[in-house]
Design a binder for this molecule. Structure first.
Ligand code: WT7
Length: 656
């Protein structure tokens, strides 16, 4: 399918006005939110914080900004679990469903707000018993099961920060993250269900924790009955802990300062070491509650919300757990993959739970497109009234398919741009207010300052450049765990007085924003941020590899695919690299980082294209990988290398 170029799209007049039903019902049906925010963005956020959040001690200070360090609502105190649970139960909404959970095998669990509060208090009491205290860090390595939300909320109740590590990550990745944050306890499961099989987690934890002296206990949820080895004195079953803290157990919430650490979440950087992105309590909760309510036009008593993201990513933190629960919403939570047992699993679940708001990623939409329109057509999707997209630029074809075949032509689509670092949605249409264009994330939210600048940092009113944020926002990262200099250098040094998002962006004649993807060396594979350097380090870690260069190449299904150029050491198969050797290297990367980072293609080469100063020319490698013509190669130390690489690229087998 031929992709129209961005310029062609910008010429086209293809816009979608908000449907009338929306304009009539929506929370946002005029520009009053914008007017408020434009008049005084700090006062705007202070008002949201007062309206949406329950404070144990009200704040009097709104923002202290000492670039690049922000403090929001600094003298206020609150507890996140109280905001997500207690206050809804106290208001008489304890019997409202918080989660309709469905496991991949089809098992279900309906959890009300009252039940969730009960389980969170019992588990919070158990964490205290295991020695977890206010200010500690707890690692969470779980599948998408209700216990993941319980674990996160229990941490917030006792004032410990969580560090969720995606269940698809390897034991090495888990170990590095535990060590970096000095976590005390790991919460995991024996395994999780994935594509019809139990995908083991506990053995990875055992391997990781063997090298983590700070870990005193491992809590294990028995999800798949795989009978893991339990180490006496260290490992403890989740169900045994709950049995020791029976129903009705209370655990008093810690009154946390607004700027106390809520969680650390690791994201790839351009050097091998992942960055522990820090989010704090009051500002984060304010913006996730605000965005979940207004961007998704949430009517908490009647909507059924489904964000398909895993809690291992920030999307799962903000729009599976904290945003929906802060707003007292009903959510669907699903453990497995959309193709199990068949390709209509998601659509069957939307019909079954009468989902009204569905939020997913372009890579998933493209996979569904591949499976065909007959899959959604098997189901009654008439409960849907709003669709969302996040993770990468959504190509207009996928946007149109989503709107037509999932949204039945009647649902607005909110294409939401944000990052692990921003904590919450930043650029998006507002349903009922914004006229959308397929593929454009449209405009910054009220209270958010975003501008596209050129190389010199000058703001543009039309044309392409770099996306920057012009002033602090409540859910912004407060830094990188243990590395304030890297925080300053990565985000605040490229353009003076601006946050540099790392994305290219373009403004059209109507002022609409079009995101163009990462400009640095981070790849976005199926919506997951993977650093080229991290994959290179993993490859070079293999005894046979001399040198490696990794680039992301455009891929129809996953957005970008990981392509590795590898030079082998002499005597290590360099003379005749084999397919088996390539497979061994792919497996090595999967073990070191996780399957998501496994190169799709490995191209063996005798040398890599370098500048005279020795810097690998990624642009050229990307050109080769994407099959484009080579362009200017004159700055290369040895131009023949490129020709050779290109020849090899044409014959290297691809993984399917
Ligand atoms: C990067 C952040 C935020 C949750 C998912 C990923 C890309 C995200 C969009 C969008 C175009 C998008 C950007 C961003 N991105 N949403 N709607 N349109 N690009 O979080 O792993 O921190 O990645 O995802 O490149 O910088 P993340």
């Amino acid at each position: 399918m031929a992709e129209p170029t961005l310029d062609a799209l910008l010429q086209e007049d293809r816009t979608f006005a908000p449907p009338p039903a929306f304009a009539a019902n929506a929370l946002v049906h005029d520009r009053s939110l914008h007017d408020d925010a434009d008049a005084d963005w700090q006062a705007f956020w202070a008002r949201q914080a007062r309206e949406l959040i329950t404070w144990e001690r009200p704040f009097t200070k709104v923002l202290e900004w000492d670039l690049p360090f922000a403090k929001w609502f600094e003298d206020g105190q609150l507890n996140v679990s109280v905001n997500c649970l207690d206050r809804h139960v106290e208001a008489g909404r304890g019997s409202r469903v918080a989660f309709h959970f469905e496991g991949e095998p089809g098992d279900t669990r309906t959890i009300t707000y009252a039940e969730l509060l009960d389980e969170v208090q019992r588990f919070a009491a158990a964490l205290k018993q295991l020695g977890v205290r206010r200010g500690d860090r707890v690692a969470i390595y779980l599948p998408m099961i209700p216990e993941a939300a319980v674990a996160m909320l229990a941490c917030t109740r006792v004032g410990a920060a969580h560090s969720v590590v995606f269940g698809g990550f390897s034991s090495d990745s888990l170990r590095d993250r535990i060590i970096d944050a000095s976590a005390k306890v790991v919460i995991t499961a024996d395994a999780g269900w994935r594509r019809g099989a139990a995908s083991l987690l506990k053995p990875n934890v055992d391997a990781a924790v063997a090298e983590c002296p700070t870990i005193s206990h491992v809590v294990v949820v028995n999800r798949c009955n795989t009978a893991p080895v339990m180490q006496a004195g260290r490992d403890v079953w989740y169900h045994d802990l709950l049995a020791q803290h029976p129903k009705g157990t209370t655990c008093a919430p810690e009154a946390m300062n607004a700027e106390d650490l809520l969680f650390v979440l690791y994201t790839s950087g351009t050097t091998g070491k992942p960055k522990g992105i820090m989010h704090t309590t009051g500002g984060y909760l304010t913006q996730v509650a605000f965005t979940h309510r207004y961007v998704f036009d949430l009517h908490p008593a009647t909507d059924v919300f489904w964000c398909s993201a895993d809690i291992g990513w920030v999307t799962g933190h903000s729009y599976v757990v904290y945003g929906p629960l802060a707003n007292g919403a009903t959510s669907v939570m699903y453990e497995g993959t959309p193709d199990t047992p068949a390709h209509d699993r998601w659509w069957a679940m939307i019909e079954k739970y009468r989902v009204s708001i569905f939020y997913t990623a372009p890579t998933a939409i493209r996979a569904c497109m591949k499976w065909g329109i007959q899959e959604p057509a098997k189901h009654d999707l008439s409960s849907l009234r709003l669709l969302g997209s996040v993770g990468e630029p959504i190509n207009p074809e996928a946007w149109m398919w989503y709107q037509e075949h999932i949204g039945g032509g009647r649902c607005p689509i909110v294409d939401t741009w944000w990052q692990t670092e921003t904590g919450a949605i930043m650029i998006t249409p507002l349903p009922g207010l914004t006229t959308t264009k397929p593929g454009s994330a449209t405009f910054p939210l009220p209270g958010i300052g975003a501008e596209v600048v050129d190389e010199s940092g000058t703001a543009l009113s039309v044309g392409g450049g770099y996306l920057t944020l012009t002033h602090p926002w409540p859910a912004m990262l407060r830094g990188i765990w243990g590395d304030p200099e890297r925080y300053q250098a990565t985000y605040w040094s490229t353009f003076p007085d601006r946050y540099f998002a790392g994305d290219g962006a373009k403004l059209d004649e109507d002022g609409y924003l079009w995101l163009l993807g990462r400009v640095d060396d981070v790849m976005l594979v199926s919506g997951h941020n993977i650093s080229t350097t991290e994959v290179e380090s993993a490859l070079v870690d293999h005894p046979s590899v001399a040198e490696a260069a990794v680039v992301g190449a455009k891929d129809a299904t996953t957005g970008q695919a990981v392509i590795a150029f590898v030079t082998l050491k002499a005597g290590m198969g360099a003379a005749a690299p084999s397919d088996d050797h390539g497979q061994a290297l792919r497996a090595h990367v999967a073990k070191k980082i996780g399957a998501i980072a496994r190169p799709k293609t490995i191209i063996f080469t005798d040398d890599l294209p370098k500048t005279r100063s020795g810097k690998i020319m990624r642009r050229l490698l990307r050109d080769v990988a994407e099959g484009r013509s080579l362009g200017d190669t004159t700055t290369l130390a040895d131009p023949n290398v490129v020709a050779e690489i290109k020849r090899r690229a044409e014959v290297s087998p691809q993984e399917d």
